[in-house]
Structures are given as C-alpha cells and as structure tokens.
Ligand binder design. Structure first.
Ligand SMILES: Cc1ncc(COP(=O)(O)O)c(C=O)c1O
Length: 394
C-alpha cells in the first residue's frame, strides 16, 4: 500500500465489536485479566493502551520501522532515547538543532553524567574530530533548525555504523512524507508529533520509531519505566492527523516554495534559507534526499535590527506569533528570542542565529493571503523610526 493509504488504514481496522471505522478512545487505566498471573494483551495503561497501540502501528508503518512508541511530547521521546546511554557515555549532536534538545543535552543529560558535544555535521571531519572513545550516539535533525541545513544522512549513517555508533534522527521538519531515515539505515527516528504529524496544533506528542526489535524492546522498557506515554485522547488526535499528513505536507511545501521565492526578491530581506531554493547551500542534497517537497519551514534574515525584527513578527495578522510549526495555521517567530532562546549567546552566534532571523511555518491558507500579510508586516520594520536613520530604518 502507498503511504497515504497506510496513513488511513494501518492501525485503523474497523472495530470488531461495533464496526466503527474510527478506533475507539480507551480511557481505561487498567484491564481485567483472565487469572492471577495470566496476562492478556493489555494490563495497565502506562504499559500498553489499545488507542495508543493503534496509532503506534500507523506510525511504525509510515516511518518504515519495526515498531514505534508514542510519548507525551517530543522532548519525552528524545529524553527516552538519551536514556539508552549510561553515565560516562557521550553523544555527538548536530549544531543546527531545536533549542529544547540543546537544553536537554546541556542542562539535563550533562548533570546525569552523559556528555554531549555539538559538531558541524555538514562536515564529516568535524564529526570525526568530535568523537571520543565513549561516544555512543549521533543525534541530528534531518532538516536542521533554524537554518534548514540538510545533512548528508547516508554518509553520516555509514560513518556512525563504521564506528559502531547509534544514529538517532529528529525527523520533525521533514516528516516521513519527505524522508524516512530508517530506510537509509538510521537506528532511531524521533518526532515532535506535535508538529506535522498531528498537524492541527491541538496535540502535544512525541514518537520514537526504530528499525530493529532489540532496540525497540530497550526503548519500550525505558518508556514503561519512566512513564511519559501519550494519553488515549491524544493518541486519537494524532491518529486523526496522520490520515491527512501526506496531503497537508505536499500542499504546505508547495506554498512554502512560492513564499520563499517571493521573499528572496523582497527589498526588506537580506537572505532566505529554504532548501527548495537553489540559493540554499544544501539545495542539491535536499533535492536528492527529500521526495515530494522541501518542507513547510522558511527562515529568512530581515534587513533590519533586533527591534525592527520584533516589530515585523508582531505585525502579521494571519501568521500567528508563536513557536511550533507544521500545522494548518501559519506561524511566525524570532528564533533568537523564542525557539532558540535556550541556546546561550555564543552558541547562537556559532549556529548563525542572528537577531534579525525570522522563521515561518507555512500552513494551509491561500498563498495570496499569506504574501499580503507578510508584505504589510515587512513594511512595519520602518514604522516609528526617525527619518534619516538609513535606507531601511536602521
Ligand atoms: C525539531 C524539534 N524537535 C523536538 C521538539 C520538541 O517537541 P515537543 O515540543 O513536542 O516536546 C521540537 C519542538 O518544537 C522541534 O521543533
């Protein structure tokens, strides 16, 4: 079956009791057993829940995995993956990663004795230089955040396996519609399913999908032991979102490419970072690795200072000023003060997160309406600035 058919049918067999075409939401926290010590398929909802199992089946199919686990948030999923490591072991992470992953690595993992070094994964030499004898895992994003770098995933996976390291890929920005890292040999795929997978900004959720049973069993053990599972109601919402995932992502990619092209010609824009534009440093690789589009996220640098950038992001009427991404409504944010505020200033500078960087998440509204909104917001960069301050109100 094709991707979009599996999104609707795998994990969604009609309910045998009623014929319902939608999986029931099972709020039960416990399940009656046949006899003492005679365990049925479900016993206690942290360990397993029918609604969660159903969506996990769909997720495993969409990521081409042996299995998938659904968590209460993306960070809970990432945390579970890091718990595969023991104190004294080491992770090499990409430089272009989500601020919350940066915070988990540097302020939680480190205090638990798991060391993390960030390296420029665009460059295998820099990855090699970051390795230590105790390195166990490489953590990267298939489309980086917020510069939208596209690392050479096949080369990194080969490098990792040559060095007996696990490769974990945060596939949130690409979604399995555009890229399926397990098919390329990655060991773990992580999602903030809060984003494209759920797709409607109403379901905080996370996913780990894995290629083999042994790793699945280890992660399941940690998930069950630590308990950050997805609730039955959120499992239902995630399942509903997945059914339209491919259609949403394709349409969002189409609009995003048009908006990126529009921004590239705008006089108030310094540069646009969108992997679908030939001007993006990783365009050729993105064209090779991603299928069906280049994602719904655009980052651009406005031709103005910190305050004027803040005015722009405050002035949109359709793009909501909010973190998060991948959903039906378009959003705008300033990474330096919002999604990447948990980076320290030096790390922000190193990752190229300047004060005038703006990140857009393109939703499903009409292209014309979104562009009109951006047009009037970009004009606000100059509002309230004394004349004679320079061409762009600097
Ligand atoms: C790329 C990426 N990874 C992980 C996360 C964390 O996911 P959650 O917010 O669902 O915990 C986010 C959230 O914005 C993200 O953008």
């Amino acid at each position: 079956m094709k991707f979009r058919t599996r999104a609707i049918h795998v994990g969604n067999a009609p309910d045998p009791q009623t014929g319902a075409v939608v999986q029931p939401i099972h709020p039960a926290t416990t399940f009656v057993q046949l006899g003492a010590g005679e365990w049925g398929k479900f016993d206690y909802s942290r360990s397993g829940n029918p609604t969660r199992s159903a969506v996990q089946e769909t997720l495993a199919s969409l990521e081409s995995g042996y299995g998938a686990l659904a968590f209460a948030s993306g960070m809970a999923a990432t945390h579970c993956a890091t718990m595969l490591l023991k104190s004294g072991e080491h992770i090499v992470g990409g430089q272009d990663i989500y601020g919350g992953s940066y915070r988990l690595f540097h302020k939680v993992c480190n205090t638990a004795g798991i060391e993390v070094t960030l390296a420029d994964l665009q460059d295998l030499d820099s990855l090699a230089a970051a390795l230590r004898p105790n390195t166990r895992m490489i953590w990267l994003e298939s489309i980086g955040n917020p510069r939208l770098t596209v690392p050479d995933l096949p080369a990194i996976i080969k490098f990792a396996h040559d060095h007996s390291l696990l490769v974990a890929v945060d596939n949130t920005f690409a979604s399995p519609v555009l890229l399926r890292p397990l098919e390329l040999g990655a060991d773990i795929v992580m999602h903030s399913a809060t984003k494209s997978l759920g797709g409607h900004s109403d379901c905080l959720s996370g996913v780990l999908a894995v290629r083999d049973k042994e790793l699945f069993d280890k992660l399941y053990f940690i998930q069950n032991a630590t308990g950050a599972v997805l609730s039955p109601f959120d499992s239902f919402l995630l399942s509903r979102g997945l059914k339209t995932l491919e259609l949403r992502v394709h349409e969002q990619c189409r609009t995003a490419l048009r908006i990126a092209s529009y921004l590239e010609l705008h006089p108030m824009v310094n540069r646009v970072l969108y992997p679908g534009l030939p001007s993006h440093p990783d365009h050729a690789r993105a064209a090779q690795l991603l299928s069906g589009g280049f994602g719904s996220i655009i980052t651009f640098e406005a031709k103005c200072d910190f305050e004027a950038t803040r005015r722009i992001v405050k002035s949109t009427k359709l793009f909501g000023l909010a973190v998060s991404l991948g959903a039906v409504e378009s959003l705008i944010e300033q990474p330096a003060t919002m999604s990447h505020a948990s980076y320290d200033a030096a790390a922000r500078a190193k990752a190229g997160i300047t004060d005038s960087l703006i990140r857009l998440s393109v939703g499903l509204e009409a292209y014309e309406d979104l562009v009109a909104d951006l047009d009037q917001a970009l004009a606000m960069a100059n509002a309230g600035v004394a004349p004679g301050y320079g061409e762009y109100g600097l």
